[in-house]
Design a protein around this ligand. Structure first.
Ligand code: BGC
Length: 748
């Protein structure tokens, strides 16, 4: 009897559950297919509610549908850490005390690891931070191609090569999105400078667009499966990129079948009809055009707000576009904020600091190491005296630079990192300022808390450093750029290619005072190095985030054997760069219009494609980076001598660690098409692999490439084409160090 009672009770519960499940509206039922839920939600929404989905309700959020329990959508910058909370309707800080984050290395550093596993680690880790902070959309990563070393925002991007950027962006996206947080890949497209970023109208031929500027975005969509994309500020074909028929409708949504949402850059929307028709889905930050910043109900005045409702109510427009936009945004919300399976995330965890340090360690590039000055080691019975010089040794770099600015839980400065590593080998460390750059340490109300003021003259600072340098065993100069305006910073470009703040004078003077000079260049851009031959040790250290000092010290003292490779070329002088040599940067002002036209006249010859093809030797080549061990790349072989259009070919090459310590080498595959009816670059990157090798160890690295790797984009037929004939596969460890070349033939 007792049992019967239990059975009846159990059946009762099951029945109640079933009733509850069936009474759940379809859009809330996680068991139903997403597309069905989208249609159901849409069918329940009023016009006002649909429009409410399409635009911001605060600086970083949009409304959702409160009546239906469809939550707000919260976005955050991106791309190197999670931005601190700002006030509802202002850029200033909300003053929370639980919004400090881990700063990961800048994306130039990530690209310099040439290691997709590091991208995956980065994406997972930053995604966890975003998720813990309850964000649904991470505004990043950025994959605009590095066209000129003056672009203030290059540090947020992944270098000059479309193949490298494409391979590196995909794991980042997957890592972030595995947390139920969307990436917002930016800035689509052709946002290659900050100068006049809202008014530059880019003209570029289709071949260049498809071969150079689009592949990383395409990979982000078709392979990474990004759930959102951010439109860029600039114009292309006389239409703003945020509502651009060709970029958004024809290419992104039609050719690549993107099913996610297009989000405008903040203030990047300029026209209601274009925004409706030309592919924009979600409008943010339209403080411009007469809407005063923060004024009451300004959000309702957005281009995709009241003006859109008026057009529909007046009968001028139907709701086809509106419904499509809503579907995309609902899909985004179901994938993120309403995803019941997303993990909870974590913030400032040990594993995030470890990830930041590992990525920094792998991304630092050893540019020069004459006489093996590095790593610094303790010789028997000595205690090396080290002098550190330069503002960047002490300046916090996570504050500043624009929207990527952060409030970090901690940041290890290069000086502190060097000090603690030096202690381990019994070395002493002294510090001299050397130069005063920018002492400002504030962005949108976040302050570094550092007082860097120093009123001494340049002459006095140099004299002090030189005096101290004479007594040192090693001098480590830590300089470069910083995150202030006209350096590596959003909203403006650099004013010149050379190092600012008289740093060249400091370096020249130090090189005369002490031969054991090491320069650590902290920047997201190439810089001119007129002193290069006088400095035996040069390290490219990027912006490394929370663990900056530790990663730099890891490399300087040899705890880590450097394995980073440059993701962009360092030209000797600015004019050796294609965009500057062919000259329309920064654009030509139109008569009586606030538009600056800029034709990308160098076409496909961007970065090393320019240096190689025009035979202009760079200061440091794309792909370059030294190690504390040595490697030998042997003779490459192919599995067949001839291939057809539908075939693939496998190229194999042995690589050996010929030194005495373990290390990693990046084997790079470039393809060349020596005879073709159209201009082709001398060679193009089509494969790479980072290989970890013990001393004496050899591994065979294989690359399988198909017709894609041999093709160029033919604008006339709007198709990729490969012309039959001989191709070359070139293998090396830098674009200027090819160790082995093999030929094969593409048959008719
Ligand atoms: C930047 C974006 C950023 C947005 C929100 C814009 O000014 O261009 O990259 O995500 O602001 O902060």
């Amino acid at each position: 009897m007792k049992n019967l009672g239990l059975i009846v009770f159990g059946i009762g519960i099951m029945w109640a559950n079933a009733m509850q499940a069936s009474s759940l509206p379809v859009y809330l039922d996680n068991g139903r297919p997403v597309e069905e839920r989208i249609e159901d939600a849409l069918s329940r929404m009023t016009l006002q509610e649909k429009i409410g989905l399409l635009h911001a309700q605060s600086k970083f959020s949009s409304r959702g549908v409160p009546r239906l329990g469809i939550p707000e959508l919260w976005t955050t910058d991106g791309p190197h850490g999670i931005r601190p909370e700002v006030l509802w309707d202002e850029w200033n800080q909300a003053g929370w005390s639980n919004d400090s984050c881990v700063a990961f290395p800048a994306l130039t550093c990530l690209a310099a690891t040439w290691n997709p596993a590091m991208s995956s680690l980065y994406g997972h880790s930053i995604g966890e931070e975003a998720r813990y902070r309850n964000k649904s959309v991470l505004l990043g990563p950025g994959v605009n191609i590095y066209r000129t070393p003056l672009n203030g925002r290059n540090f947020e991007y992944m270098g000059e090569d479309p193949y490298l950027a494409a391979r590196m962006v995909v794991p980042y996206i997957k890592g972030v999105q595995s947390n139920g947080v969307a990436t917002c890949v930016k800035h689509y497209a052709l946002n290659n400078q900050e100068y006049n970023r809202h008014t530059t109208n880019v003209t570029v031929d289709d071949r260049t667009l498809y071969e150079i500027y689009l592949p990383a975005f395409k990979a982000a969509v078709t392979e990474g499966g990004t759930w959102t994309i951010m439109g860029a500020y600039n114009l292309y074909n006389n239409e703003h990129a945020c509502h651009n028929q060709k970029l958004l409708n024809d290419i992104l949504k039609k050719e690549w079948q993107f099913d996610g949402a297009v989000i405008s850059d903040w203030g990047g929307t300029h026209d209601t009809m274009q925004a409706i028709k030309n592919g924009l889905d979600l409008e943010f930050g339209s403080w411009t055009n007469g809407l005063s910043e923060g004024s009451k109900n300004a959000y309702d005045s957005y281009y995709l707000a009241d003006p859109y409702i008026k057009l529909i109510n007046s009968g001028a427009l139907g709701t086809t576009e509106l419904d499509d936009k809503c579907r995309r945004i609902l899909r985004l919300i179901f994938r993120t904020a309403m995803n019941p399976n997303r993990p909870f995330g974590s913030l400032c965890s040990d594993s995030h600091y470890e990830a930041a340090r590992r990525i920094g360690d792998e991304g630092i590039v050893l540019l020069r190491n004459e006489g093996e000055i590095l790593p610094i080691k303790k010789a028997e019975g000595t205690a090396p005296r080290i002098l550190v010089v330069g503002e960047n040794a002490i300046k916090m770099m996570t504050v500043g630079g624009g929207s990527s600015s952060l409030k970090v839980q901690r940041e290890v400065s290069p000086l502190d990192g060097i000090r603690s590593a030096a202690k381990e080998i019994g070395a002493t460390v002294e510090y001299a300022r050397g130069y005063v750059g920018d002492v400002n340490g504030e962005y949108n109300g976040v302050t570094s808390g550092q007082n860097l003021k120093d009123s001494r003259s340049a002459k006095e600072l140099i004299a002090e450093a030189v005096n101290m340098a004479r007594d040192a065993d090693y001098v480590i100069f830590v300089g470069g750029l910083n995150k202030s305006n006209h350096q590596d910073c959003e909203g403006s470009d650099r004013k010149s290619y050379s190092l600012p703040y008289h740093q060249n004078d400091v370096i020249e003077a130090l090189s005369k005072a002490n031969r054991n000079l090491i320069v650590v260049n902290v920047s997201g851009n190439a810089v001119e190095m007129p002193w290069v031959k006088k400095v035996p040790g040069i390290i490219q250290a990027w912006y490394l985030g929370s663990e900056a000092g530790n990663s730099i010290a890891d490399v300087i003292f040899g705890k880590v054997n450097p394995s980073g490779k440059l993701p962009f070329s360092f030209p000797l002088s600015l004019n050796d760069n294609g965009a500057h040599s062919m000259g329309q940067y920064p654009g030509i002002k139109r008569n009586k219009e606030n538009v600056w036209d800029e034709e990308y006249r160098e076409g496909i010859l961007v970065g090393y494609r320019w240096h190689d093809t025009k035979r202009i030797k760079p200061l440091f080549a794309f792909g370059h980076g030294l190690s504390y061990t040595s490697f030998m790349i042997g003779d490459a072989s192919v599995d067949k001598k001839e291939i057809t259009q539908s075939d693939s070919i496998t190229i194999t090459v042995p690589v050996t660690n010929t030194g005495v310590i373990p290390g990693a080498e990046v084997v790079q595959l470039y393809i060349a098409d020596p005879v073709c009816s159209v201009t082709r670059p001398t060679k193009e990157l089509k494969g790479f692999e980072k290989v970890y090798l013990q001393p004496g160890e050899t591994r065979h690295v294989s690359f399988t490439v198909g017709i894609d790797a041999l093709s160029y984009f033919d604008s006339d037929s709007h198709q990729w084409k490969a012309e039959p004939g001989e191709f070359k596969a070139m293998l090396g460890n830098s674009s200027d160090k090819i160790a082995s070349t093999v030929s094969f033939v593409l048959k008719k």
